[in-house]
Ligand binder design. Structure first.
Ligand code: DX5
Ligand code: ZN
Length: 222
């Protein structure tokens, strides 16, 4: 089980210190939300921030690209220190090439599905990815409520993984707190992004451990 605090919910004036906090909290991954003001109605930060925080920790940097043109950013993020890069299935016929490009940069490959998009759209790519991200809010902002209707998508992703003997991680992102994380774990998720519910805690280490223990105790059989 992987717990990935999202830097989007941290103090933007102190990215370095917040990264150190996540490191000391023994979080597994750090989730980095990249928003371009076009694919989503918000802007976050770019490769330079990733480059600056890279020396602070060896934690996996999980870069979630909510961008209309990720092709122009992939190299910069790989060079800045991304370990995994996720693009959205909503980009349609460009997806195959994007996944291939990410792989060619020596970085792990993720594919994300927005709430209004059918999970079936991701099906053709399942054997080409390391991670399938089921969005549990409409992307763009932290602090939104979890959309429960996404749980069947997680179950479907887990069923496909078992039936086809594949190995991709199933990540959830948006409105994840102790309770909703458990619901997602029961459905088959194994990788949990959480912004507000983790970075909002004074004792991040405790919150991370609590979430990891809760999802581990409720993991669906593989
Ligand atoms: C949403 C982002 C999320 C966000 C989650 O657009 O993709 O990663 O940081 O934040 P919370 O956990 O606050 O919903
Ligand atoms: Zn995200």
């Amino acid at each position: 089980m992987i717990i990935a605090p999202s830097l989007l919910a941290s103090d933007f004036g102190r990215f370095a210190r917040e990264t150190e906090r996540a490191h000391k909290a023994k979080a597994d991954w750090l989730h980095l939300d990249i928003m371009d003001g076009h694919f989503v109605p918000n802007i976050s930060f770019g490769p330079e921030v990733v480059r600056v925080i890279r020396p602070i920790t060896k934690m996996t940097f999980d870069v979630h690209l909510m961008c209309s043109k990720p092709e122009i950013l992939l190299e910069s993020f790989a060079r800045a220190g991304a370990d995994l890069m996720t693009v959205h299935v909503e980009l349609g016929d460009r997806v195959t090439q994007l996944l291939w490009k990410i792989r060619s940069l020596g970085v792990k490959v993720g594919l994300a599905v927005n709430p209004p998009t059918a999970i079936a759209n991701a099906q053709p790519y399942l054997d080409q990815i390391d991670l399938l991200l089921v969005m549990t809010v409409n992307p763009g902002f932290g602090g939104q409520p979890f959309i429960h209707e996404m749980l069947p998508k997680i179950q479907q992703a887990a069923d496909w993984r078992r039936e086809r003997n594949l190995n991709y991680r199933i990540e959830v992102d948006g409105g994840i707190n102790q309770q909703t994380a458990v619901e997602c774990a029961k459905a088959g998720a194994d990788t949990f992004v959480s912004g507000t519910a983790l970075f909002g805690h004074r004792q991040l280490g405790r919150a991370v451990k609590k979430m990891r223990d809760a999802v581990s105790a409720n993991a669906r059989e593989r």
